[in-house]
Design a binder for this molecule. Structure first.
Ligand code: SF4
Length: 393
């Protein structure tokens, strides 16, 4: 193996170590590097990271405990049929693993996360906790005003926590940082769609997860490094079916499940993993009023995922169809956490739209600690085979 090939392995090994570290060592290290630094956790899917960053704090993505964490205390807080992420997050909190966080933001993804924010306030009374409401109306004068008010509250809260107000100038600087980060992630997705054999999704996923605990500037550089390193080696190209994986925007599947889909003969060319980094789909305005700019990006240029409430019927499925068409996908894999209301409620509507456009799909559910990969590998493999048979017909 040449040194350049080693670079891909090196980057992915580092990301893998960050992913497996449920003690959040990278966050502790960042905080220890300068006195008074603070870190703020956020649950999936999206919160305005720019405000946290502009307050001089590290935004930390908390995406559950994965398949390595044994959930003991967390199970007592939720019914057994509820998805696993709230239970494993409670476990992380009660076992002291999240003590390095100075606060938590709970976006209004669903009722489970809403309830978790209330429980967090009771369980961790000395920490900053905020439920982040987002607009369900997409008019600047209505939903926009509401969202700006909501963001302003976070801005003031974090300013108090930091001991200095979050200025417009700091916010504009953070928008510039996150625009660069979003661009790097868009480049990564475009590269994988163009050459999925060169950038397998198991690697792309680990790279994305590293962004949960690294500062955005460092993560942007890491993504660029990975893309450059990928180009220095040629990996075998297979006759796989190109698929979009939709649904895993909150509780994440185990890494083994992602690998199983790929090993079954599918190239994942778009997905909803770590949607937080791609929620705002293009550049946020870098000049003018930063709160207006963030609001307009959310209202008019954000991912039309099932995790976002939007009553406008004409928009339903538009995002998924765009993913399929722009990436040259041949089919869709619906992969949702068990019990996930937002993903499972929209699934029939999305399937109907795909059927109308003659786009094949398959569907399954998972939990973050799903251990039985063989059935999923068989299902995804059969799906890939059927795509290849249909397209050859
Ligand atoms: S997995 Fe689905 S139901 Fe569970 S907390 Fe996340 S969005 Fe809510």
């Amino acid at each position: 193996m040449s040194t350049k090939e080693n670079r891909v392995t090196e980057i992915i090994s580092r990301c893998s170590a960050l992913f497996e570290d449920l003690e959040f060592g990278a966050v502790k290290k960042w905080k220890a590097a300068a006195p008074g630094r603070k870190a703020i956790g956020y649950m999936p899917v999206y919160v305005p990271h720019e405000i946290v960053h502009a307050a001089g704090m590290l935004p930390v993505g908390i995406f559950g405990g994965g398949d390595q964490l044994e959930v003991i205390q967390g199970d007592a807080y939720y019914q057994s049929y509820i998805c696993r992420i709230p239970r494993s997050t409670v476990e992380l909190g009660l076992t002291g693993r999240l003590d390095c966080l100075d606060g938590m933001l709970f976006p209004s993804t669903c009722d489970v996360i809403r309830n978790l924010s209330g429980m967090w306030q009771i369980m961790f009374k000395n920490k900053y906790v905020r439920y982040v409401d987002v607009p369900q109306d997409y008019d600047d004068a209505v939903g926009g005003q509401f969202y700006i008010h909501e963001m302003q509250q976070i801005r003031e809260d974090l300013g108090k926590l930091a001991g200095r107000p979050v200025t417009d100038e700091a916010l504009r600087a953070s928008i510039v940082v996150y625009n660069a980060h979003r661009k790097a992630i868009r480049d990564l997705y475009a590269y994988r769609a163009a050459k999925p054999w060169q950038a397998p999704t198991a690697e792309v996923y680990l790279l994305l997860r590293a962004g949960c605990v690294l500062p955005p500037e460092e993560h942007t550089r890491l993504v660029h490094d990975y893309l450059a390193a990928c180009e220095t080696q040629q990996r075998p190209k297979r006759d796989n079916a190109r698929v979009v994986v939709t649904g895993p925007f909150c509780e994440q599947p185990p890494l083994g499940l992602i690998k199983s889909i790929e090993m079954s003969g599918c190239y994942i060319v778009d997905d909803e993993f770590m949607l937080a980094f791609r929620w705002l789909m293009d550049e946020v305005e870098e000049t003018g009023d930063p709160m207006q700019a963030l609001s307009k990006a959310f209202l008019h240029r954000s991912a039309q995922s099932s995790s976002k409430y939007d009553a406008r019927k004409e928009d339903k499925g538009r995002f998924l169809l765009h993913q399929v068409k722009s990436r040259g996908a041949e089919g869709v894999v619906f992969a949702a956490p068990s019990f996930c209301d937002p993903a499972l409620l929209e699934r029939p509507m999305l399937q109907e739209i795909l059927a109308r456009h003659k786009i094949p799909y398959t569907a399954f559910k998972y939990a973050e600690n799903t251990g039985q990969m063989a059935p999923i590998r068989e299902q995804a493999g059969t799906f890939a085979d059927s795509i290849k048979l249909w397209s050859a017909a």
